[in-house]
Write a protein that binds this ligand. Structure first.
Ligand code: FES
Length: 270
């Protein structure tokens, strides 16, 4: 059951132009959150804007009792959030949604596969707690991160410090490989291991990664980002077409906020 929390801002910085990292003190939220889940964040007590903003969990620290979010300032809700200072309180609903399959979960052996995180821009945010989970079982994996330019690549050092091998691509050639993130698959250091792909970013990139995984016979999970209203499964603003099978039934539509945001890519109708 999601809970409403009054979280206190511990620190809040602009890490690159219009990309912010905010750390919040919220002990119960930190204890209950899992990699790949998200929060609904409401800054204004006046309900303007009316709807809270969905933001992925970027780091979860149950011992410190904090959670960290990485977000892009794109509209009025996130512009208001960007003004919050240390010590202020903000309203959080969560944790929400179904997160990534972790090492040791069904179909996900901890050692005989290599986890590959494929990030497009700010889509890197929900992949860090996943990399932390893999790193904790001694199999940190590979990050392939792409964006239009160097300014869009954030948080990659947080993966490196957890032992993840990092490869970068930019469309303007300002950092790493000159081209798309999908080009980086040509030089993957797999060492004979079977990959499992985890990806978050623009829809075009997710579809390309899904097609590549299907072609190679690799497992692939995607985190879908969609305009959300309630975040609780009530308003149907986030429905996508799927062919997900659960308990013997095939679901032709799924709610990204409660059935996702993470899906096996073969369950999504692209
Ligand atoms: Fe309301 Fe998903 S956001 S049902």
């Amino acid at each position: 059951q999601p809970l409403i929390h009054q979280a206190t801002v511990l620190n809040h910085i602009e890490v690159k132009k219009d990309i912010f990292r905010i750390q919040l003190v919220a002990p119960e939220l930190a204890r209950r959150s899992r990699p790949g889940q998200f929060l609904q964040v409401r800054v204004s007590a006046t309900y303007d804007p009316l709807l809270p903003r969905p933001i992925s969990l970027h780091h979860i620290d149950p011992h410190e009792g904090t959670v960290t979010l990485l977000y892009h300032r794109v509209g009025r809700g996130t512009a208001l959030l960007a003004q919050c200072k240390a010590g202020e309180k903000i309203e959080i609903w969560g944790p929400l949604g179904r997160g990534w399959s972790l090492p040791g979960d069904k179909n996900v052996p901890a050692q005989s596969v290599v986890p590959i995180y494929v990030a497009g821009g700010i889509g890197i945010a929900p992949l860090l707690p996943l990399a932390e989970a893999w790193s904790s079982v001694g199999n940190p994996g590979i990050l392939l991160c792409g964006g239009r330019c160097e300014e869009q690549l954030v948080a990659v050092d947080d993966f490196r410090t957890r032992g993840v091998f990092v490869d970068l691509a930019t469309e303007d050639g300002s950092c790493g490989h000159y081209g798309r993130v999908t080009d980086l698959f040509d030089t993957l250091p797999l060492q004979g291991r079977q990959p499992i792909l985890y990806t978050c970013g623009p829809m075009g990139m997710l579809k390309a990664i899904h097609e590549l995984a299907t072609d190679k016979g690799w497992l692939c999970q995607v985190s879908l980002e969609e305009r959300m209203g309630c975040g609780l499964g009530a308003c149907l603003s986030c429905v996508c077409k799927t062919k997900a099978e659960q308990e013997g039934k095939v679901w032709t539509h799924s709610k990204i906020c409660t059935d996702g945001p993470v899906f096996w890519s073969k369950e999504v109708i692209w």
